[in-house]
Design a binder for this molecule. Sequence first.
Ligand code: AMP
Ligand code: MG
Length: 337
Amino acid sequence: METLLLNENQTQKAGELLKNGELVAIPTETVYGLGANALDAKAVSNIFKAKGRPQDNPLIVHISEFDEIKPLVREIPETAIKLAEKFWPGPLTMIMKKSELIPDEVSAGLDTVAIRMPSHKIARKIIKQAGIPIAAPSANTSGLPSPTTAQHVMNDMNGKISAVVDGGECEVGVESTVITLVTNPPKLLRPGGITFEQLKSVLGEVEIDKAVTKPLEKNAVVASPGMKYKHYSPKTRVIILKGDFEKYKAYLNSKKGENIAALCFEGEEKELDCKSVTYGVKSDDLTQAHLLFYALRKLDELGVETAYARCPSQEGVGLAVYNRLIRAAAFEIIDLK
Ligand code: AMP
Ligand code: MG
């Protein structure tokens, strides 16, 4: 199949394709999403085929107005209203009990559904023009880093989907924060652009799922199926080095002659003696999020065997950066004591 590359003025065409059951990748403020009509089980099952996504990993349903939630859920919890007032439209996904309208393909057999209202103007326009809720996971091949440009989507999806809408670079750069509202207290399942601290400021009490910062124990029951899979991984092996820059530099120097690269903070590369990719300055969690997936894809262009990554802080959006990076590194972390 030929994959059309649409521009931001062709939202109507994108909406029509989606309404007709086709797959269209759309820009959002988090990462590019691979969209399909969320109420059409067949269209949704094609998302899993195009991505090679495990069947038991549910999708997020995207809407353009708050009122569009009503038919999709059994009831709207008070907590959802409070969070939406503060953070929608934006990079926050809320999990609620699903209605009969949501096909099992979307919820992967769970009795809940994940819903988000993106703030990206083009995304909202496309959803409005389609006139249906849009199920959309990240528009990458499963396991690879999520796409933050239309070109990244083309690299993975060309020939497999009907169209990609080019809306430029994604602002946030990591996927949405996911919170479940069916537990008491609500639980953060995946950190993202809306921080744990922001969620607490609205809800009071919020738990953080263990899988956010730790590998899952064998046979553990997972709250969010997506967390159990290998994720965001470039072909290059990534190892995180915990410790200050002096220790990091000394460690890399000890690897001289090996086919390695540094994945470091901006400015540090000047002091290193090897190939490097940077992902924002040390103190800037927002830029780190914006650049992380881009940097992971860039590593593969260097043709190195192993990349040693500087470890981000876990504060604010840094928690989302850390959560993605430890998965990209398959939890390989060396503590430079
Ligand atoms: P992606 O679409 O790639 O951003 O992945 C969506 C994420 O949301 C995955 O980690 C899913 O496991 C999670 N998710 C979606 N729906 C649910 C749900 N009903 N319950 C728990 N997690 C969900
Ligand atoms: Mg994904």
